[in-house]
Write a protein that binds this ligand. Structure first.
Ligand code: FMN
Length: 130
């Protein structure tokens, strides 16, 4: 099972979740604006995450979602953080749908900064799709 982890994080909360998931998957957590963010080969599961900023996604994540194609991933699993709203999950799901990549109904969400227990939960959540 091939996996990839891509995320956007401004202040580190979503990055912490991405890294917990990546560790569980045995792959690097790669920011969407990194030089190696493009998926070099098709993956079975793409874990993709981002936070909500002023009720929207950061442009870098929106742009990355627009680069995705159906062949890039058999399925995607979404993760997100925010103060309160889970709307980023919907926006990421919409981007994946437009790319033709089915997203699991289940997603991982944490309010603001994840604590150690929540990072363990993120890893356990990821394991279910590996
Ligand atoms: C400029 C800005 C706007 C935000 N807007 C929202 C918002 O509309 N709704 C919400 O629930 N959280 C909002 N947040 C909170 C972030 O989504 C939250 O802090 C998130 O964990 C940040 O993730 P990051 O550390 O990965 O960047 C906002 C944060 C910032 C800095």
């Amino acid at each position: 099972m091939k996996a990839a982890v891509r995320y956007f994080s401004h202040s580190g909360n979503t990055k912490a979740v991405a890294e917990a998931i990546a560790q569980a998957a045995g792959v690097p957590a790669v920011p969407v604006d990194a030089a190696d963010a493009a998926l070099a080969e098709p993956t079975d599961v793409l874990f993709i995450g981002g936070a909500l900023y002023a009720y929207g996604l950061d442009r870098r994540l929106t742009d990355y979602l627009r680069t995705l194609k159906a062949d890039d991933a058999k399925k995607a699993v979404i993760f997100s953080t925010s103060w309160l709203s889970r709307h980023a999950v919907d926006l990421i799901r919409r981007g994946l749908t437009e790319a033709g990549i089915p997203a699991e109904e289940a997603y991982f969400y944490v309010k603001s900064r994840p604590n150690d227990a929540q990072l363990k939960e993120a890893a356990a959540f990821a394991e279910k799709f590996l």
